[in-house]
Design a protein around this ligand. Sequence first.
Ligand code: SF4
Length: 223
Amino acid sequence: MDFNIFTLVGEIIVLIAIILIFLISITFILGNYTLNNDKLMFPKLLLLALNLTYQPTKNIMKFFKCDELFVDRVSINLRNRLNINSFKKLNAKDLIVILPHCLRAKNCPAKLGSSGLSCIKCGKCSVGIFEEICERKGIGIYIVPGSTFIKRVIKQRPFKGVICVACPVDLNQALMFLSNYITQGVYLLNDGCINTRVNENEVIYLLNTVKPTTNYTPEIVNA
Ligand code: SF4
C-alpha cells in the first residue's frame, strides 16, 4: 500500500478533533457535576480537561451565549476542593494572601510600593480587617494592582500555601499559575477598578483555618 502524507495528516487532524471533543464533553459533564454535588467525580481527569480545553470551551460558551465564566468557576471550585485538606494543615508562616487593589475604598490613603499597596488599616474597607488578622498570625499579605505584581511578590518570602482573591477569570489564571502551591481562591462579588467586594467571612474563615505562628519574623528572600 502506498504511503500518502495527506491521508496521514488527515487522520491526525481527525484524531486531535476527536480527543478535543471528548475533553470538552468531559469539561461540561464533570464540570456541571462538580458545581452541583458535594462529591468529586474523576477530579484529575476534569483538571486535565480544563487545562487542555480552557479557551475552546470558553469560545463555545460565548458562541452559544452561555455563561462564559463556567470554565473559570469549575476550575476554581475544583482546585479549592482538591487542596482544602492540605491547606488546613498549613502553618500561618507558610501562607501568603494576595488581594486585588480594587478592593480598597475610593478614598484609600495607602501608598503603592514595590510589594503592592501598603494598607494602613484606616477602617474604610475590608482589606484592613484582613491585614489585621494576617499581622497577628504571621501571614504574608500583598495587595496588588495586577498579575505582574503576583510574579514579584511570590519571590519575597518562602511560602507553601496562598489565598488569592480576584474576579473569576483572573483568579482562575492566578490559581493555574500558582498550581505548584497549596491554593485557595475566593472570587469577587462584583467587577470594577475600585470598591469591589468579597465575601469577607469566606476569607476570614480561610485565614483562621491555618495554625497561628507566634513570634514569627518572616524570612525575606528577595526584597
Ligand atoms: S483599610 Fe487599607 S486598603 Fe482599605 S482604604 Fe484603608 S488603607 Fe486603603
